[in-house]
Design a protein around this ligand. Sequence first.
Ligand code: KIV
Length: 287
Amino acid sequence: MPKLTVPDLLTKVREGTPLSMITCYDYPSARIIDRAGVDIVLVGDSVAMTVLGNPNTLPATMDMMVVFARAVARGCEHAFVIGDMPYMSYQVSPSEAVRNAGRFMAEAGVDAVKLEGGRNMVEAVRSIVRAGIPVMGHLGLTPQSASMIGGYKVQGRTGSAAIALLEDALALQEAGVFSILLELVPARVTEVITEKLDVPTISIGSGAGASGHCQIFHDAIGMFEEFTPRHAKRYADVGATIRAAMESFCQEIRDHTYPGPEHSFKIDRQALQEFLTYAQKRTEGNS
Ligand code: KIV
C-alpha cells in the first residue's frame, strides 16, 4: 500500500470514512500498527509518561522525540506519521518552531507535526506551514499547559469555554492546519466544531462526532495495568499476556526446562576433541 498523504486523509474524510489514529513510540510496534491499516500514527510526547514513566509530558525533549520518531517512521510504510512537538520546542518563537518542525521532517522522516494551543499559536502554525510542513492542531485538554488549565480534566464545559474552543479551532484552520485533535471536549461541542470546520477533527475522549478517533497505544492494548482512562477502550490485554510469559520464563529456568537442546548449538566432533584436550592440558598445567 502506498504512503498516505494529507490529500489522501482529506479524501477519506470527504468520502465518509473516519480516520484512525494511534500513538506509537518504537519500531516493532510501528510495523504491527502499520500492517493493521491504521491511518495516522502519532509519536506523542506522551512517550515521556507511557514509556519513560514520568508523571507528565514536560520532560520530553526534541532530541528524545527525534529518536523515537525516527524509529516509528522507519516502521510505517503506509501510515501517515506525525511528530508531536515537545514542551518549549515551539512556544518561544515562530522561528524556533520552524527549526524544530524541520528537524522532525529531516532527521526523523515524519510526514507532519502536531502542536498544542489555539489563537496563541497561530504565528507558529503559520510559519511552519509556510515552510511546507503540515501541522495538526491540538485543543481541549492540552497536557503541556495542564498546570494553567487546572489539571487533566474535560475542557469546554461552560458556554464561554466552548465558544473559546470554537474560536481557537477556526483560528488554527485559518493559520493552515490540516486537522485538529480535540482532547477531552464534551461530545456535543466536538460535533458543532466539526460541523463548522472544513478541516477534519480527531477526537481523543471527545465523543463520536469527530472526523476520526485516536487512542494512546498502551491504553488500547492494555499495557498499563494500573489505570485506564474513561475514554479509552481496551482491545487486548497485552500486559497480562506479557506477565504470564515472564512467569513461565522464570519458572522454566528454575525447573531446568529452558533452555532445551533445541535452543543450543553444536560443535563438531573433531573441534570438540581439540578443545577438550586443550582444556585438560590447561588445568593440568595449573595444578
Ligand atoms: O502525546 C500524545 O500522545 C497526545 C495524545 C493526546 C494523543 O498528544
